[in-house]
Design a protein around this ligand. Structure first.
Ligand SMILES: [Zn+2]
Length: 473
């Protein structure tokens, strides 16, 4: 995929010729920096003029320079939608067909919120425009499709944004979801992630490993990739190491790292790619996801033969990752010898420093927190949306921080793994070795005033009374 000046270029087949080409770079500075959650539904009366007013009220300029007037309205709407999404740091943009017309929602910091209204009647054209950008077949509205595009958003050449577009035919029409990725984001530093000092210290200790296996686990959207990339950044900073990754998809291009995209149809699955990588004299290998027995076996073998292997899995907690590898057939003694540690992660939203308010009395719940946080500061988002905060658009939160469980596979833990112990026994061994749960880490963020109780409970289930150990910050 290449990027030419100001024009969206897709890796997919070129768009059908009957449509206008992508408009040159548009201006993100025109995009609103305040929340435009469509509190007014007034565009629903349907007149284009009122629709334009609704856009204007939402902060999205409708008037365009004379030279641009000839381009179809849908192109402008899409440009403005993308600019709006980027200005609000959205990870996903939903364009949903409904009885009342097309609606737009944004996912910001993991939470969906309303986006600007789409002028009535323009919904199908907007959907077509997005499908063209992503190289999808606009004539096919009956089958799900997916594609991608690289666009520039903003003035002066703009900022590259990679779009992963998927379409889904619904009973009301076509649903489109765009994932927005920043291909130039590079490596965030571990120090910039907002880890609790205790978590950062344990993670740092784990990353001192020169060989063996480090697993990172958590559901989709839990920030695993960001943490892994940041960990790679720290490893790269040591210098003199050859780092190769196999990923699906390659989300960000990393300087100094050889990244391989899997290609199942071409026979390049994770296991095949991993075997090929091991012939390339790597020091550090990152496996995007361990899904099957073969990948797990090759990864474990690589970890036992002098490589540092980082890999992700989808499990609920750290111990779950160990059990999963055992379940897919990695022999317990090999796993025990290879494993250096496991990181389980969730993201909790960071309270907006501009508008957070001291929490009212009664915010603590001894059962919830394990113990009352005597006199410690507690904060919460403001109650009323009367005057939305300009900093966070009234969300009360801005950005997210990782809550981590960092399990260090010390000798007692490794013995339990080698013995093939059940998850409960492994969990006890981990706790005995000083591993704190993700919940405990999140409570640490709560006590530090970084997040609020409502956010904690939105992301995590409160543990039962029997496992409230280790909630000390
Ligand atoms: Zn705020």
């Amino acid at each position: 995929m290449t990027l030419r000046s100001g024009v969206a270029v897709s890796s997919a087949p070129p768009p059908p010729p009957q449509r206008a080409p992508a408009r040159p770079a548009f201006d993100a500075a025109r995009a609103p920096h305040r929340d435009s959650s469509s509190r007014d539904g007034s565009s629903r009366d349907g007149s284009p003029r009122d629709a334009s007013r609704a856009w204007a009220r939402a902060g999205v300029p409708v008037a365009v320079a004379p030279a641009e007037r000839e381009t179809p309205a849908a192109v402008h709407v899409v440009d403005d939608l993308l600019a709006h999404a980027v200005a609000h740091r959205a990870s996903d943009l939903h364009v949903e067909a409904g009885e009342e017309g097309t609606t737009v929602r944004l996912r910001v910091d993991g939470v969906l919120r309303a986006g600007p209204p789409v002028p009535r009647g323009l919904g199908p054209a907007v959907a077509s425009r997005l499908k063209i950008l992503a190289g999808l077949d606009i004539a096919d509205r009956l089958r799900p499709q997916d594609g991608r595009a690289l666009v520039r958003v903003g003035s002066g050449g703009g900022r590259a944004v990679e779009l992963r577009v998927s379409s889904l035919p619904s009973v009301r029409g076509e649903n489109l979801v765009l994932r927005l990725l920043d291909p130039e984001a590079g490596l965030a530093s571990l120090d910039a992630l907002g880890l609790l000092p205790a978590d950062a210290e344990r993670l740092g200790a784990l990353l001192e490993s020169r060989e063996g296996m480090i697993l990172v686990t958590g559901p989709t959207g839990s920030g695993k990739t960001t943490t892994l990339y940041a960990a790679l950044g720290r490893i790269l900073a040591r210098g003199g190491v050859n780092v190769i990754t196999v990923e699906d998809p390659v989300e960000r291009r990393l300087p100094g790292v050889v990244q391989v995209q899997t290609h199942e149809k071409a026979g390049l699955g994770f296991a095949a790619a991993l075997r090929a990588i091991l012939r390339q004299d790597p020091d550090v290998v990152l496996v995007g996801e361990v899904r099957d027995r073969e990948t797990a076996a090759v990864a474990a073998q690589a970890a036992l033969t002098g490589h540092l292997v980082l890999a992700t899995l989808h499990t609920v907690d750290a111990v779950g990752a160990v059990s999963r590898l055992a379940d897919v057939g990695v022999e317990p003694f090999k796993l025990a010898a290879a494993l250096r540690g496991v990181v389980a992660q969730r993201l909790v939203r960071r309270l907006c420093a501009t508008c957070r308010v001291p929490a009212a009395a009664g915010w603590t719940d001894a059962r919830l927190l394990g113990r009352p946080p005597d006199g410690e500061p507690a904060w919460t988002p403001p109650a009323g949306p009367d005057a939305p905060c300009p900093n966070c658009s009234g969300a009360g939160y801005q950005g997210r921080v990782p809550a981590l469980e960092v399990l260090l596979a010390d000798a007692p833990f490794a013995r339990r793994v080698a013995a093939g112990d059940a998850p409960d026994a492994l969990r006890r061994a981990a706790r005995a070795g000083g591993t704190r749960s993700v919940w405990a880490s999140a409570v640490g963020h709560l006590r530090a005033g970084t997040t609020g109780v409502d956010e904690l409970l939105r992301v995590l289930d409160a543990p039962g009374a029997e496992c409230e150990e280790g909630t000390d910050a």
